[in-house]
Design a protein around this ligand. Structure first.
Ligand SMILES: Cc1cc2nc3c(=O)[nH]c(=O)nc-3n(C[C@H](O)[C@H](O)[C@H](O)COP(=O)(O)O)c2cc1C
Length: 164
């Protein structure tokens, strides 16, 4: 269970210890380098009921910086950025587990410590009335909305730190 620590991409990278909801933890490194969303692409992945990646399209693989083999079977939190509040993902999971669609802005961490913003739509995959997994389709986000989300998430993280 869990993922190995990241390796530091550069001496300037910020080191953060992240704990995940499956009780595992790892050290991640992030830089201030933003990678633009690939023009004209959709970044798509599917997960099982636990959020383990079962499918990733080529754009997902390329943007993550990981090899496809490292992604399939890994938890989707492999991309979790420390600037993302826990509350955003709680809302995502609460919504899709109810069988509803979730939309939101997500800052993702790449293997090399850089990041990219997406506008994600996450839907439950339903077969015969039962949820069998989830699909996320990510589009290029509006810069104005990214700035709003970044400010909001900063506030949420402050509250999470204050109440933890
Ligand atoms: C279909 C699907 C796609 C997801 N995509 C991402 C993603 O791109 N980045 C991310 O950080 N979390 C994503 N998540 C949420 C993760 O499962 C996880 O909740 C999040 O990374 C925070 O980790 P934690 O729940 O262990 O705290 C996705 C979840 C689902 C169901």
């Amino acid at each position: 269970m869990g993922l190995p620590d990241m390796t530091s991409p550069s001496p300037q990278a910020r080191e953060v210890r992240l704990s995940y909801t499956d009780a595992s933890a790892r050290t991640v490194y992030c830089t201030e380098v933003e990678v633009p969303f690939p023009e004209g692409s959709l970044i798509v992945s599917r997960t099982d009921l636990q959020g383990i990646i079962t499918h990733a399209n080529q754009a997902f693989v390329e943007m993550s910086g990981y090899q496809r083999e490292a992604l399939i079977g890994a938890p989707q939190y492999i991309l979790r950025h420390p600037d993302m509040p826990k509350a955003a993902f709680k809302d995502l999971w609460d919504t899709v587990m109810r069988g509803e669609k979730w939309h939101g802005y997500v800052k993702n961490l790449r293997k090399d410590g850089s990041y990219y913003w997406v506008y994600a739509s996450v839907v439950p995959n339903v077969r015969g009335g039962t949820i069998t997994g989830y699909t996320s389709v990510r589009r290029k986000p509006s810069r104005v909305r990214v700035a709003e989300a970044a400010a909001l998430y900063e506030q949420w993280i402050k509250q999470e730190v204050a109440t933890s």
